[in-house]
Design a protein around this ligand. Structure first.
Ligand code: C2E
Ligand code: MG
Ligand code: MG
Length: 594
């Protein structure tokens, strides 16, 4: 009894009807029940765990009554008609709230689901004792069945995808939850078939219109159905379909999936053959009851995305890949918050030293971020992620403001340094980037020579003409531009002709092999000569040993930066280091050491 009551309550809650707004389609039936009995009061009353809630009522003001001693609860519990000719004479109900409120007559017909759960009653009540004819009772039962159809129809509508007529993602979740309850611990495979990438979908709609999409979808759905023997198909996104394969064997799944891939791949047998599906399929092994239905869909659809990114047709969900995704996602969210709250971000400064004089002439500003949960995160990890999102703008804005404030502060102390800032490729897409950079300097009354910007060659090339426009404007304003990580890109050197840069920074990956590999020595020597011939000042990054320092000095390199000189330092540590280095320089231009 207790268990079936739990199942009854669950069935009721799953229908999602409790506490929904009144609706004419129910009220119509309630009015008819009252009219047939010629009574003033009728209601569609649902039996929740502790209350009777009215989806529809005539002649009553309130929306609910306590469940205790309510005749409707008896109707629901037994799923049978209850007829009480006189409540005052009834053993069970003479002292019920309904009886005390003056009601004498009650008739209720059960609202029963297909599975046999009694949800509540369609009831009529009257102020005086009376009996009911067989016709009246059978009419009340018919009307109760109509209420049930109405409930089930409304429920079904919310679970059907209007485009394809297939059950939608809500139904997928519900069915998977049912499956997990009945077969907990067993293994199945969830599959998501994605017909088009977001870009392809946009293009198809723009070029060929919605009917082309409909044709493509219909064709693909036929192919998917042909490959599935009995599995139920769901529409879970605009061009995404999902199903669950009964088998725990990945081989069985791959056979089905390979057939779908072959069948949905471009086939030139229709008018709109130009628009073929570009299907990717994601497969996720699922231990029923271990993961939520939503996670199952996320895993399978993530696998399909990963396959698309990798240029493959089929992807298998991999837990390690997923963890990496989630870390990246949460990292970006946390960084977004750090920027909004201006918390956890700071700049460190690494000295740049002139090789001839040994003096410090500048510093590179390097971003540092410490998150309360993630701890300190390296820019080498978060910057490449940021560069793919709109956060790139806010990050650089923060860095520019902080660096300009720091330079201005140092100048006030008589420390005249050029601070170089790292800029992302994404920043060059911002049409007002140069304007804003120049405005920041003006606001702080700094000359344009106070800062330098660093960009990688790939950043320059990625943005083509629009990127050059920003760089030309920056160079024209007198701000120096450095090519960062030179030698690591795979680009041709022709961009150097066009780039208004002043400084070339040779990547630190070359430094480790200097003195150990003759070809590296030649390469670095040649890069320095090439850069000088093109009119650049040359900086070597990542100098860690005195041998490398000496080699670079001999080759005529202009500047060095690296752990040999100093690690990136907090602003106050930088000032201490700077004063110390200057005092050591005073008597004789000695070599600096770490
Ligand atoms: P980068 O611009 O090439 O910066 C130089 C990196 O080399 C820094 O790493 C620095 O700490 C490290 N380094 C310097 N000397 C040595 C050395 O002697 N040995 C070794 N092994 N490493 C050395 P960091 O600070 O982790 O930054 C990594 C990259 O993140 C930077 O490379 C830059 O591309 C990016 N980044 C850092 N800060 C910013 C920023 O504010 N904005 C943007 N857009 N990117 C930034
Ligand atoms: Mg740099
Ligand atoms: Mg670099």
């Amino acid at each position: 009894m207790a268990q079936s009551e739990a199942a009854r309550i669950e069935a009721l809650r799953n229908l999602g009807i409790l506490d929904t707004a009144p609706s004419e389609s129910f009220d119509r039936i309630t009015r008819m029940a009252a009219r047939i009995f010629d009574l003033p009061v009728a209601a569609v009353s649902l039996t929740d765990s502790d209350r009777q809630w009215f989806k529809s009522r005539v002649g009553v003001d309130h929306w609910e009554l306590p469940r205790e001693k309510a005749p409707c609860a008896e109707v629901a519990e037994n799923a049978e008609v209850v007829l009480i000719q006189d409540l005052l004479k009834s053993e069970n109900y003479h002292d019920s709230p309904l009886g005390k409120s003056g009601v004498r007559f009650y008739a209720g017909a059960p609202l029963v689901t297909r599975e046999g759960h009694g949800l509540g009653a369609l009831c009529v009540v009257g102020p005086s004792p009376r009996s009911a004819t067989d016709e009246e009772i059978s009419a009340l039962k018919d009307l109760a069945a109509m209420v049930m159809s109405q409930i089930e129809m409304q429920h079904a509508f919310g679970r059907i995808d209007p485009e394809s007529g297939l059950p939608n993602r809500h139904q997928f979740f519900e069915d998977l939850e049912d499956l997990a309850r009945d077969h907990a611990g067993e293994w199945r495979h969830a599959v998501v078939v994605d017909l088009l990438s977001g870009d392809d979908l946009t293009n198809l709609l723009r070029v060929a219109g919605p009917s082309a999409l409909e044709n493509l979808t219909a064709r693909s759905l036929r192919a998917i159905r042909a490959a599935l023997s009995s599995a139920k198909l769901y529409a879970v996104g605009q061009t995404q379909y999902a199903f669950v394969v009964e088998s725990a064997e990945i081989g069985d799944v791959l056979a089905i999936v390979a057939q779908i891939r072959d069948e949905t791949a471009g086939r030139a047998d229709t008018i709109d053959a130009a628009f073929t599906a570009n299907t990717t399929i994601g497969v996720a092994p699922v231990e029923l009851g271990k993961v939520s239905a939503r996670d199952v869909l996320r895993m399978a659809s993530g696998a399909s995305h990963d396959a698309r990114d990798a240029g493959e047709a089929i992807g298998l969900y991999s837990r390690s890949l997923d963890d990496a995704h989630r870390r990246r996602f949460s990292m970006l969210e946390k960084l977004r918050r750090a920027l909004v709250e201006n918390a956890g971000l700071s700049l460190h400064f690494q000295p740049r030293v002139d090789l001839r004089s040994g003096g410090c002439i500048g510093a590179e500003a390097l971003l540092r971020w410490t998150d309360p949960e993630l701890g300190s995160v390296s820019p080498a990890e978060f910057i490449p992620l940021v560069e793919k999102t709109t956060l790139a703008r806010s990050v650089t804005e923060w860095v520019v403001a902080a660096a300009v404030a720091q330079v201005a502060g140092w100048r006030a102390l008589g420390i005249d340094l050029v601070v170089s800032l790292n800029i992302s490729a994404a920043n060059l897409v911002e049409v007002d980037f140069a304007d804003r950079l120049i405005a920041e300097l003006e606001k702080a009354s700094l000359p344009s020579s106070a800062i330098e910007i660093e960009l990688t060659e790939s950043a320059v090339i990625a943005n083509g003409a629009s990127g050059f426009a920003q760089l030309d404007q920056i160079a024209a304003a007198g701000i120096r531009i450095a090519i960062d990580d030179f030698g690591t890109g795979y680009s041709s050197l022709s961009y150097l002709e066009r780039l208004p840069a002043d400084v070339m920074k040779i990547d630190r990956s070359f430094m480790a092999n200097i003195g150990r590999d003759a070809r590296t020595d030649t390469l670095v020597g040649t890069m320095i000569t090439l850069a000088h011939d093109l009119g650049y000042r040359v900086v070597a990054e990542g100098v860690e040993t005195i041998e490398v320092y000496d080699f670079l000095a001999e080759k005529g390199c202009d500047e060095v930066q690296g752990y040999l000189i100093a690690r990136p330092l907090t602003p106050s540590a930088f000032v201490d280091w700077f004063k110390d280095a200057e005092s050591r320089l005073e008597p004789e231009p000695a070599r600096l050491s770490a």
